[in-house]
Design a protein around this ligand. Sequence first.
Ligand code: LLP
Length: 379
Amino acid sequence: MNHKIFEGIRTPFYYYDKELLERTLDAIESCTAGTPMKVHYAIKANSEPEILRIISSRGFGADCVSGNEIKTAIECGFRPENIYYAGVGKTDEEILTGIDAGIGCFNIESLEEIDILSELASERGVRVTVALRVNPNIDAHTHEYITTGLKENKFGIDLRVLEDAIKKVKASQHLDLGGLHFHIGSQITISEPFKILCDRINDLQAQFRLDGIKFRFFNVGGGLGIDYDNPDENPIPDFTSYFDTILSNLHLEEGQEVHCELGRAIVAQCGSLISKVVLVKKGLDKSFVIIDAGMSDLIRPALYGAHHKIENISAEGLPTDKVYDVVGPICESSDIFGKDELLPETRRGDLISLRSAGAYGSAMASHYNMRDLPGVLIK
Ligand code: LLP
């Protein structure tokens, strides 16, 4: 990376490589063109307006989880009918935002929500499309905080009450059943959980067909993981295998669509958090590289024990033979980006890049310690 493009920019800031984002989108398009697969970008991963505009210009849909995400999606070019709204606790105000904007679908997470949505749609005198989010009870083998498809989760409708939920939707004059929605977790790097999900969907389809119920689409959620350890070797996730797994294992009927809601896989690798070394503190046993980015800018290491590859981009090409702990300036002992990191000799003022930070990086940034939010450079 030529760090000259970063000269004079106030750190820390997120740098997004536009060309890599475009190539990632090309890869998705080449896998999905001519198939019944429709991709909805999960805006929660990164809602930077310029990134949203690039993604919406490709005709992707949007997966939103708040009223503000719906508004931003529309402002950034997503067509309302391609916006799907999920969430376990949508407020009335947010639901009305979605109804008034004419979004394509509400993903319902509980029996209670069916009544609420039906009432609000009736108030507005409209009929809205819904998908029922089913909790398929599949272990996606990922971090416990980002596993969502297991039985004890707050997400989705238990399989045992799905039939009741379908009856309830069918009984409402203001709801139209579009399909079933699933999401089994995030940062999934093996195809087996997706295959099991497809088997589960096929079973449900067969079961409900006996009752004469047809679905227009199945939404398999998001979750495809990326290679955090080797961002340069694997800048684009293995979309071929992901889409093949889903398209070849799902038994779709004529005219049925399959939707997915990828977030991380689309934006993670194109983003890096660029920060500056404030000072190098020589301890008795260890040396600490203290940078001006902290957990308020990128919380994933502190929250999930995640590791983002750390590079000293001011000392590129020099031997990486020094050992440091790389830490932020925040008053929390979890404000650590890496322990015993091998880096080149590092000095005050060097630029440090935390890689693969395009997803759930800036989107989860906060003002903790009254710090400024990180800046943005998209090039
Ligand atoms: N659909 C639903 C219903 C979701 O809950 C999520 C993510 C996605 C789609 C997008 O998942 P993705 O393709 O990005 O894996 N902050 C955590 C990740 C939380 C994911 C929450 N749900 C992290 O930094 O790892």
